[in-house]
Design a protein around this ligand. Structure first.
Ligand SMILES: Cc1cc2nc3c(=O)[nH]c(=O)nc-3n(C[C@H](O)[C@H](O)[C@H](O)COP(=O)(O)OP(=O)(O)OC[C@H]3O[C@@H](n4cnc5c(N)ncnc54)[C@H](O)[C@@H]3O)c2cc1C
Length: 457
């Protein structure tokens, strides 16, 4: 017989939040202010036992069940309408093993939590570009960030996971145990179960060389053409993503540049100041930059540079693609659409995903686009809901203009809910294997609030 609400409440150590509770509205809020979902129940788990209880409760009561890590999914996939949300945000345990250079992280941690802990020991693991993003969702989709060229994607540094499966079993997956599942969770998202612990490899990263070079929009085509060549042969200790952006009115920028639309490269070098200067100088000398300000910074400060701008609750709409090349025609489209940024926070980023990330083959993990040079993301952002349609339209038309030049699929963590074809296109020849593994571990597609992989027939 299915458990009642009273029984599940008595069984867990965390909290069960219902629509009538004072905590409900805050608990159902996610990062993207465009998302307004109303679940029936939110189970705020504090340990693995709570997660197991939640999965069993969802199954027995036939509830659509979502998993919430950091809540940063642009599509709002950490929340659902009318069902059960397994909210892991209170599971923030972490344990570093300095001798083994590893860190174990619970799924409620955001990257800022991890950076804070590992930086004290002069180490880091590859994550993203923003410290408030959840460890869980970012990792399960792949993980693209400042350290990708040097140390690979986040999943390339994932050593092991603990998981609660759709039938409530608790298992470990790594290269030796349940290796099929371990392959699938490295890029396949939250399709296969609830990850309750991640173990990552750490690297010696402490002070890095960080800062932007900004150019006027009139130089954007030349900058992009130089950048596409530069990034292919740049040493792996250098990372720098290209962006169209509006310079915010922040004290760190000269007032004359405030609110100016520009293009730029945001640098992060893990070599010495001299090595970074030598490696980046040819690119930083292209044309006549408006601002060039690269200098030493602690890695956690770099990771949280954009936190103050990209606060929770903004209207957020994004589209993405992978690119193996950037033709002159694609550059022209970028300049055309990048010059029309509709609001101060809207932006387009080209993240370099070559270097160490390309030493893993396209079938070694579920993440498929290993030959891509850039992961592109176009983001329409604004605090005002009245601008939601404007930023969405800009984003869609930019995406449609560039998509014909793309490699055909996207990084799943930068997608909205765009239909099953897009999911298949993003996994390419890995989709069949993912679908077979889904059938083995989640045959009824219980975990389907995600970029969904359907169980093989
Ligand atoms: C401001 C911002 C900056 C970003 N920057 C980067 C970046 O630099 N690099 C990058 O790679 N990505 C980046 N992303 C994208 C990010 O990786 C995805 O949005 C990711 O899904 C966020 O994970 P989360 O845990 O915060 O999200 P949630 O919304 O909580 O979850 C997202 C998905 O993961 C699943 N999930 C969450 N936790 C678990 C779990 N424990 N077990 C199983 N499934 C789970 C959920 O079911 C859902 O489908 C950014 C997103 C935002 C909004």
């Amino acid at each position: 017989m299915a458990q009642s609400i009273e029984q599940i409440k008595a069984a867990i150590r965390g909290q069960l939040i219902e629509p009538a509770d004072a905590a409900y509205d805050a608990a159902r809020r996610v990062y993207n202010g465009m998302i307004n979902k109303r679940p029936k129940l939110i189970l705020r788990a504090v340990d693995v036992a709570d997660v197991i209880a939640g999965v069993r409760y969802g199954q027995e009561n036939g509830l659509l069940t979502a998993i919430r890590g950091g809540g940063h999914s642009g599509a709002g996939l950490g929340m659902c309408d009318g069902g059960l949300v397994l909210d892991l945000s209170k599971m923030k345990g972490m344990r570093i093993d300095p001798a083994m250079r590893t860190v174990r992280v619970e799924p409620g941690c955001v990257w800022g939590d991890v950076d804070h802990a590992t930086h004290a020991l002069g180490m880091a693991t590859p994550s993203g570009f923003v410290s408030t993003t959840g460890v869980a969702g970012l990792t399960l989709g792949g993980g693209i960030g400042y350290l990708t060229r040097r140390y690979g994607l986040t999943i390339d540094n994932l050593l092991s996971v603990d998981m609660v499966l759709a039938d409530g079993r608790f298992i470990k997956a790594n290269a030796r145990e349940n290796d099929d599942l371990f392959w699938a969770v490295r890029g396949g998202g939250g399709n296969f179960g609830v990850v309750t612990s991640f173990e990552f490899r750490l690297h010696p990263v402490s002070t890095v060389q960080f800062g932007p070079t900004f150019w006027p929009l009139e130089q954007a085509a030349d900058v992009l053409k130089s950048y596409r060549e530069f990034i292919v042969s740049a040493p792996e200790h250098v990372s720098g993503f290209f962006a169209f952006l509006v310079i915010p009115p922040a004290p760190m920028f000269p007032e004359a540049l405030h609110m100016k639309k520009v293009c730029g490269i945001i640098w992060c070098g893990t070599g010495t100041a001299e090595e970074t200067e030598k490696a980046t100088r040819p690119m930083r000398s292209v044309g006549r930059p408006l601002l060039d300000a690269v200098g030493p910074a602690p890695f956690p400060a770099v990771q949280s540079t954009f936190d103050g701008l990209l606060v929770p609750g903004l209207q957020w709409y994004w589209r993405a693609d992978n690119f193996t090349t950037l033709s002159d025609a694609a550059v022209a489209k970028h300049v055309e659409h990048g010059s029309k940024l509709p609001t101060m926070l809207s932006t387009m980023h080209l993240y370099p995903v070559n270097g160490a990330a390309q030493r893993v083959s396209r079938n070694d993990t579920a993440y498929s686009f290993r030959e891509a040079l850039f992961a592109e993301v176009i983001v329409g952002v604004d605090p005002d809901p009245a601008n939601a349609a404007r930023v969405t339209e800009w984003c869609k038309s930019y995406y449609e203009a560039l998509h014909p030049y793309s490699a055909g699929g996207a990084y799943v963590n930068f997608m909205m809910e765009e239909g099953h074809e897009r999911v298949e296109a993003s996994f390419r020849d890995n989709y069949g294997r993912l679908s077979a593994i889904k059938k083995k571990y989640d045959p009824t597609n219980f975990f389907r609030v995600n970029q969904n992989i359907k169980p093989a027939p």
